[in-house]
Design a protein around this ligand. Structure first.
Ligand SMILES: [Zn+2]
Length: 348
């Protein structure tokens, strides 16, 4: 249930800056322009702008409705200072829709609270709409990225999912892609990035909409030595807006089962066959390659210095307790063989 706003109003024609015989198109254009100008997102904390926004919205609510407009022309114009217009029956959704403002009724965060239910709702709807229309700054999203120890130390190429609507990174928000690049080739350092002859096509990833819905997947280059809490900024890859927001990728450890952290040290178990332990073996734990020395036995601890978690410029150690078991040890060795055969390398 929407609550109405009833208060003394300035001349709505004057508020919108239009003539008394203004057509509905003229009214609509005038309202849209002023609503954008006074929107709280563009005037944060400015009570005056907020009041003006309410005022232009009310003025338009009256003049777009032929009955309300006729009533105002008849009574209000004579005594504007005392004319009170009851907006309790106004459907604000219609007001917005009518001014070509498409509204996402799902609700969004970061909405200014004025204490007035009607306008709080209008502001909430407007902010999402205006961002998508490129009228206000887009928000920056924070994304958590869990890495293996090996990836933290050696760097990796990871994929993240952007949680909200985002600027299409294939076309950088232009909606058009260079036909020659759609195949995936980027220009070399000495090639022109565009030539007058180069054909453009509708961006295949966003269909020309310049943005992606929530859930766009982006590739992130994580440098070697990225510690816990490191933040990687993908400039301009966040929420559409002017300027667009960024995506901040926060690095963490994707703790594998059976491993735990003690400060920056990582503690875990490594299972070998009894023969491997006795002969010594190459092994891998959470992406870290290590060598178990000859003559090792169950219960021994293998310490890999500096290969634990990475903090602010310091690394902990990786401390593994050896276990021996025929079956599990053989399965681990077989899995490692298979990975080598199929990928020719290690998992990240
Ligand atoms: Zn695109």
């Amino acid at each position: 249930m929407l609550h109405g706003v009833s208060r003394t109003l300035r001349d709505p024609y004057e508020v919108l800056g239009v003539q008394r015989d203004a057509s509905s198109d003229t009214l609509k254009a005038a309202y849209r322009q002023k609503a954008l100008q006074y929107h709280p997102d563009r005037n944060p904390g400015d009570r005056e702008a907020e009041e003006r926004f309410k005022e232009v919205s009310e003025a338009y609510a009256i003049l777009r409705d032929p009955d309300a407009r006729a009533r105002y022309d008849r009574y209000g114009a004579q005594q504007p200072a005392t004319y009170r217009h009851d907006t309790s029956n106004v459907d604000w959704r219609d007001v917005f829709r009518d001014a070509d403002i498409h509204v996402d009724w799902g609700g969004r965060g970061g909405v200014p609270q004025t204490g007035n239910a009607v306008f709080d709702m209008l502001f909430g709807m407007m902010s999402g709409v205006l961002r998508q229309a490129g009228m206000v700054a887009g928000r920056t999203y924070e994304v958590q990225l869990g890495l293996s120890l090996g990836a933290m130390h050696g760097g990796t190429e990871a994929t993240i999912t952007v949680p909200g609507p985002s600027v299409c990174q294939t076309c950088k928000g232009t909606g058009r892609a260079d036909a020659s690049k759609v195949g995936g080739r980027s220009p070399g350092p000495f090639e022109a990035t565009s030539t007058p002859q180069s054909a453009t096509v509708v961006c295949p990833d966003c269909g020309g909409r310049r943005m992606r819905r929530a859930g766009a997947r982006l590739s992130v280059r994580v440098p070697a030595g990225a510690g816990l809490g490191s933040k990687l900024r993908l400039a301009g890859a966040g929420e559409p807006g002017n300027p667009p927001g960024d995506v901040l990728v926060q690095v963490g450890w994707a703790q594998p089962q059976g491993a735990s952290a003690s400060g920056l040290d990582v503690v875990g178990r490594l299972t070998l066959t009894p023969i491997e332990a006795a002969r010594g073996a190459d092994a891998e734990f959470d992406g870290v390659n290590l060598t178990v020395p000859r003559g090792s036995r169950a219960g021994d601890t293998v310490v890999v210095r500096g290969m634990g978690l990475i903090g602010q410029g310091v690394s902990g150690d990786l401390r593994l307790t050896l276990e021996t078991a025929w079956l599990e040890g053989a399965a681990r060795a077989a899995g490692r063989w298979l990975r080598k055969l199929t990928q020719g390398g290690e998992r990240r």
